[in-house]
Design a protein. Structure first.
Length: 421
């Protein structure tokens, strides 16, 4: 074949529609004795349909125009180019059965792409626009993906629809940072993307999520990365980390048990803990699984450190007394740390609900030998017993109301106690 004929062949349209008959062509050109694939941009304005056992390879860009329709009944579609990036763009969503990506300099997708059987990475990254999450790779009907890695994944948004537990092959630039959800979490579609960015001032995310908006039990929210996960079904998530996640800095070199998943709550407008039900690995590489939550309730999720609540100020009721038994240690009801909450009210009831004791400013703390105000098993309520008579042996119930010192907020502690002799 002459060189001029080859050049004419290069400019041919891949897909031709005549009398409603559709078919596909695989264009391969040869110069002299050297075999090479020839890039040729394709603009689909007809109705292209792939069929079982068919194969088609695009060596150039694909435009799917507003009148074009690409559907599948099976078959393999490949995007291949060893030298330059390729693009899929246009107004209509193409549907592929098996999509293979073998583009060294990445496949750039500017229109949503549906995949019904499987997405297979051979070389290169699929890049979707992060500022338009609806322009994503959409795996439908339990479609699978395979062979993802640091240099083979989706840089942007990918959605999955199906009943199986699923791991999103998402990342940012040349790093795969997968996220996993449980089975049945995607029956109505889940979508995810990974951002190697600071959530409080991201470059490619539409919201700023300030780190100072959080409870005191959360600290060191990751400045390095976050995920956007969408879905309406409850699920736990498993996040992965690598050396660039700086997990040791988040934990201040403490153990992995203090690592938690946190999410920016849409309703509370702050970061809240999504927990830690298990971790694997070490500071340089590993994974963490959260508690169950609904993804659509949160703008983003990432790592943080859990700070246990300060138990040094926690109230504890020693719920047994034995007045009059010659053992002074148990003569009165002790409430550990009650002296830290002087604005309090203690009520004690018998098993019939009759109040037998009440005191304001209860002060019988642990270590106080002679408190001014202590329940010693005697009644000061209006019952038939005489005041200061010992109450009968048995089970009683207490209700302690106290101010925490935080803008006068009140808390209530209730339980039972036992009087013995």
């Amino acid at each position: 074949m002459s060189k001029s004929n080859l050049l004419s062949l290069h400019r041919m349209v891949y897909f031709i529609k005549i009398l409603n008959i559709t078919f596909t062509l695989l264009l391969v050109a040869k110069y002299s004795a050297i075999s090479q694939e020839v890039p040729c941009d394709i603009s689909n304005r007809g109705n292209l349909k792939t069929h079982p056992n068919s194969q088609i390879t695009f060596f150039g860009n694909l435009e799917n125009t507003n009148t074009g329709n690409i559907t599948e009944e099976g078959g393999r579609v490949s995007f291949t180019n060893p030298n330059t990036s390729l693009r899929v763009f246009g107004e209509n969503v193409p549907v592929f059965s098996e999509l293979f990506v073998n583009v060294k300099d990445n496949l750039i997708v500017d229109v949503a792409v549906n995949v019904t059987t499987g997405l297979f990475f051979e070389e290169g990254i699929i890049i979707t626009p992060r500022n338009t999450p609806n322009t994503s790779i959409n795996l439908l009907s339990d479609a699978l993906n395979a062979n993802e890695a640091d240099l083979r994944h989706v840089d942007g948004y990918l959605s999955y629809t199906g009943n199986e537990a699923y791991t999103f092959p998402v990342g940012d630039d040349n790093r795969l940072r997968s996220l996993s959800i449980v089975e049945n979490a995607s029956v109505n579609t889940s979508k995810a993307a990974y951002f190697f960015d600071n959530a409080s001032s991201p470059l490619e995310f539409p919201l700023n999520l300030p780190f100072e908006e959080k409870p005191e039990t959360i600290s060191n929210i990751s400045r390095a990365e976050f995920w956007d996960l969408d879905g309406e079904q409850p699920t736990s998530v498993t996040l992965t980390w690598d050396i660039l996640s700086n997990i040791s800095q988040i934990l201040d070199s403490e153990n992995l048990e203090e690592l938690i998943v946190v999410g920016w709550s849409k309703s509370e407008q702050q970061w809240i803990s999504l927990g830690n039900v298990g971790t694997t690995g070490n500071f340089n590489q590993g994974s963490i699984t959260s508690q169950v939550f609904i993804p659509n309730d949160f703008e983003a999720i990432t790592f943080a450190r859990n700070i246990p609540e300060d138990t040094s100020t926690e109230l504890f009721v020693f719920n047994g007394i034995s007045p009059g038994d010659n053992n002074a240690a148990n003569d009165f009801l002790v409430i550990k740390n009650i002296s830290l909450f002087p604005n309090n009210n203690l009520k004690i009831f018998n098993r019939w609900g009759v109040k037998v004791y009440e005191a304001n400013g209860y002060d019988a703390d642990q270590g106080v030998a002679e408190p001014n105000n202590a329940f010693r098993g005697q009644s000061n309520g209006r019952i038939t017993l005489k005041k200061n008579d010992l109450l009968p042996v048995g089970t009683y119930y207490y209700v302690l109301e106290y101010e925490t010192g935080v803008q006068g907020r009140k808390k209530t502690l209730a339980g039972y106690l036992y009087i013995n002799r």
